[in-house]
Design a protein around this ligand. Structure first.
Ligand SMILES: Nc1ncnc2c1ncn2[C@@H]1O[C@H](COP(=O)(O)OP(=O)(O)O)[C@@H](O)[C@H]1O
Ligand SMILES: [Mg+2]
Length: 465
């Protein structure tokens, strides 16, 4: 199909440019893989005006030794690029290649964001794209868009400081749990999440697939990770004070985070029910991941038998209750609003298949995610500083103390709200903590070898308990 945009920017050149540009983007998940092909699955014109164009694109990327991936890529086209858009350039004009315009990341252009905002408010979609409003929710017209600067694995746009449009960058065919779970939670009245107002989906390769969602924007909020880091920083500055004596003690917040996680768990049960799985089956998965990790990371091999023994101990627990969980919980996935803590980002672990992510699991996977995150937060600033051995060991001791204090407070909050203290089920909790630490070992070995000792140290501690 030819449109004004395809004349402006022929598809063959688009594909060549994307192939060059995409691997360098923050959201590109296949870093280091050799690309073998790029194919445009959908090219939906959003703007076609003299001197200004924009397309909404779905792009499939193939690799030499990895499964295909599909990405969502909004692009803008302009003959002249304002200064603030320069850094988002995909390619500049080059008549010899049939490209007469600048091509750039469309989500950085105010006018394009406003166009998305207008379409959401009016319900305008084109091609195979469908907009669903949650009953009772209206998206008011005229909300100005602004790209959220904290660029994560997806791209979020704040609309009028009221709503957040989250566009999934890497698409997983099917309904994204980041829409499914908050929608179900909203229906049963859960207040520890940001309510969903609308979502966008399309048939992609014959599968109904979530492209984006709109939820309430929590203005004046801070994420748990930054708050925790601030608390640790203050603690380490105060030479001799303990975690409970400094101004920014985090334990009260940790307790409230525990209560919020328990609240979400209870509502997930109310909305989507419970089931049972055998601990043997769950432990088998953990052992499989351990074997894979030990084969990859030499430092893990000496600890592997002790970890395995913990997983086998867990396998002996018989049947355990399971339900849908968050699945990728850490301190960066909780937001402190002026009123309460919210859990966000219910996508689950992006490396897992959708089927795996949707499988009910024991809620302690989420609990373990937060506990491990406290360990990371505690050691973050210790790691980053260059100091002598004596000071380092003193800081290390106090960081450990901070982590223990906040883990305990979190468990107390979880226990008070749910009636179940995770610490009373040590075998179960340790298995999930170890499973997470094994995952971290692989991650650090691949991306940040100087951090490898952190999960290894946690494994030593957990297996010695
Ligand atoms: N409802 C919201 N209100 C305010 N800020 C939010 C909201 N949802 C997400 N954010 C901000 O955006 C960041 C990334 O959101 P998240 O859903 O975790 O995206 P990703 O999938 O890219 O990790 C969060 O750390 C938070 O700072
Ligand atoms: Mg996130």
């Amino acid at each position: 199909m030819t449109t004004a945009n395809t004349e402006l920017y022929p598809e063959a050149q688009l594909v060549t440019d994307l192939r060059e540009w995409m691997p360098h983007q923050r959201w590109f998940a296949a870093k280091g893989q050799t690309l073998t092909g790029v194919r445009v699955l959908l090219r939906d014109p959003l703007v076609e005006e003299p001197g200004f164009g924009a397309d909404h694109l779905l792009v499939k990327v193939s690799f030499e030794s990895a499964a295909d991936q599909i990405y969502q890529v909004p692009l803008g086209y302009r003959p002249h690029l304002p200064d603030d858009l320069q850094q988002w350039t995909v390619a500049g004009p080059d008549e010899s290649r049939g490209r007469s315009v600048y091509v750039y990341d469309g989500l950085r252009d105010q006018e394009i964001l406003d166009r998305y905002s207008r379409n959401l408010a009016s319900g305008t979609t084109s091609g195979p794209v469908e907009l669903h409003n949650v009953p009772g929710s209206v998206i008011e017209p005229g909300l100005r868009g602004r790209a959220l600067s904290a660029e994560q694995s997806n791209s979020s746009v704040v609309l009028g400081e009221k709503l957040l449009l989250k566009m999934f960058r890497r698409l997983t065919l099917g309904i994204n749990p980041d829409v499914e779970l908050p929608l179900a939670l909203g229906e049963v009245g859960c207040r520890s999440i940001s309510p969903i107002r609308a979502w966008i989906e399309a048939e992609v390769e014959d599968v109904r697939t979530t492209l984006a969602m709109v939820q309430d924007f929590a203005a004046n909020s801070a994420d748990g990770w930054s708050m925790a880091l601030g608390s640790v920083r203050d603690l380490l500055i105060e030479g001799d004070l303990r975690a409970d004596e400094v101004g920014t003690d985090f334990a009260g917040e940790s307790q409230r985070i525990g209560a919020a996680v328990a609240d979400v768990h209870a509502h997930l049960v109310a909305a989507l029910g419970t089931g049972e799985r055998t601990a043997a089956e769950l432990s088998e998965g953990m052992i499989g991941r351990l074997e894979g990790a030990a084969a990859e990371v030499a430092e893990l091999s000496e600890l592997a038998p002790a970890i395995r023994a913990r997983f086998e101990e867990f396998a002996g627990l018989g049947r355990v209750p399971v339900h849908r969980i968050h699945g990728d919980l850490h301190l960066g996935q909780v937001l402190r609003t002026p009123e309460r803590w919210l859990l966000i980002d219910f996508e689950g672990e992006p490396v897992k298949s959708l089927e795996e992510r949707r499988k009910p699991d024991h809620p302690f996977r989420d609990v373990a995610g937060i506990l491990r995150s406290f360990d990371y937060a505690a050691h973050h600033s210790v790691r980053e500083s260059q100091q002598g051995a004596a000071v380092a060991s003193q800081r290390e001791f106090r960081a450990r103390e901070w982590a223990e204090r906040n883990c305990a407070a979190f468990c107390e909050g979880y226990a008070a709200a749910s009636g179940t203290d995770p610490r009373d089920s040590g075998v179960l909790l340790r298995a999930y903590e170890l499973d997470k630490a094994v995952y971290e070992v692989v991650y650090e070995a691949r991306h940040r070898p100087s951090w490898l000792h952190l999960p290894l140290e946690a494994i030593r501690r957990l297996t010695a308990m």
